[in-house]
Ligand binder design. Structure first.
Ligand code: SF4
Length: 321
């Protein structure tokens, strides 16, 4: 098959658009979509200035998504004095998995010459995910503990680093899965929170005062294209599945979406764009409604609606084993 643009050999065919692209035109197409998303979501404020650069903290796990995101952001803003990129890597304490991906993060940050911060559950909380899985005091899936700890560290470090934006490498497949899960669970309030936390143009979000705002510039790019991009650019991505991966419902949705996309190309794009509209309306619906007051956790000082935050309650039960 030939590239639609230059006639060279195509390396990919996008069923949802019908495009056949060679390596060069494929790489350019991914970069163009990421930059368009940055513009559409108004991530660079109009008053951004080299005198007071915006600090963007990128969650860098070493997997293909975050490695591709950090690389494209660096290509885009390397010579733009209004934006400073900082990479933040979280080590969960998963033997034979995270050690290698941390190496990928260190290599990439050195290649890009960007500041790199590395934090671990062990140093921050005195726990490792390998031990948490073994003890499992709450009878929960590993990802349920891990998600709470990771969210806490991302938020805490984004604030400590004085970030203006916290960027993550969620791709189109991730976003379509989350959208479908929220719809199937019928959780309208969760949709509103999802919108305010990370979707839509920055000006349209409603609840940004409490936390560092989030952004997902890869959310228009299918997972397979992110992987192909990393491969073609020979980026140091670590592609192995976590041995504790346990989100069974997400796995079912993932399979369903892959089948739907195969039979009806464009399904993921339609789901995500329709969901964003619904989530925006949900955010509007809850705007101005009294929400539980945020206060400081009595144990760690992070913001929570309870006296003690979820992370501290989980840590307490793990330490009690
Ligand atoms: Fe943590 Fe689950 Fe991700 Fe593994 S798959 S790193 S346990 S959230």
């Amino acid at each position: 098959m030939e590239c639609d643009k230059c006639g060279r050999d195509a390396v990919m065919h996008a069923g949802y658009s019908g495009a056949h692209l060679c390596d060069e035109h494929f790489l350019a197409s991914v970069e163009k979509r990421v930059r368009r998303r940055i513009r559409t979501d108004s991530l660079v404020p109009r008053d951004a200035s080299p005198d007071d650069p915006e600090r963007w903290v990128v969650g860098l796990s070493g997997g293909k998504d975050s490695v591709v995101l950090a690389s494209i952001l660096d290509d885009t803003f390397d010579r733009d004095p209004r934006i400073e990129i900082v990479a933040l890597t979280i080590h969960e304490g998963i033997e034979g998995y995270r050690d290698e991906s941390v190496d990928a993060c260190v290599e990439l940050a050195a290649d890009l010459d960007i500041r790199h911060e590395l934090v671990s559950y062990d140093e921050e909380f005195g726990v490792r995910m390998d031990d948490v899985v073994e003890e499992d005091p709450e009878g929960m899936a590993p990802c349920a503990y891990c998600g709470v700890f990771r969210r806490d560290l991302l938020e805490t470090y984004a604030e400590d680093l004085d970030a203006d934006l916290l960027l993550t490498g969620h791709n189109l497949d991730d976003e379509a899965q989350t959208a479908l899960m929220n719809v199937l669970e019928g959780d309208v309030e969760q949709m509103a929170k999802h919108f305010d936390a990370s979707l839509g143009p920055m000006d349209d979000r409603t609840d940004q005062a409490a936390f560092v705002p989030r952004a997902k510039p890869l959310r228009d790019i299918p997972e397979k294209e992110v992987a192909l991009y990393a491969h073609l650019r020979d980026l140091p991505a670590h592609i192995t599945e976590c041995p504790h991966a346990s989100e069974a419902f997400r796995g079912e949705i993932r399979e369903l979406l892959l089948k739907l996309e195969e039979d009806h190309p464009g399904t993921r794009h339609s789901i995500v764009s329709g969901y964003e509209e619904i989530a925006s309306m949900a955010a509007e619906r809850y705007r101005g409604e009294s929400t539980p007051d945020l206060r400081e956790c009595a144990e760690c000082g992070s913001r929570t609606t309870r006296e003690v935050c979820r992370k501290c309650r989980l840590l307490e039960s793990i330490r009690a084993v």
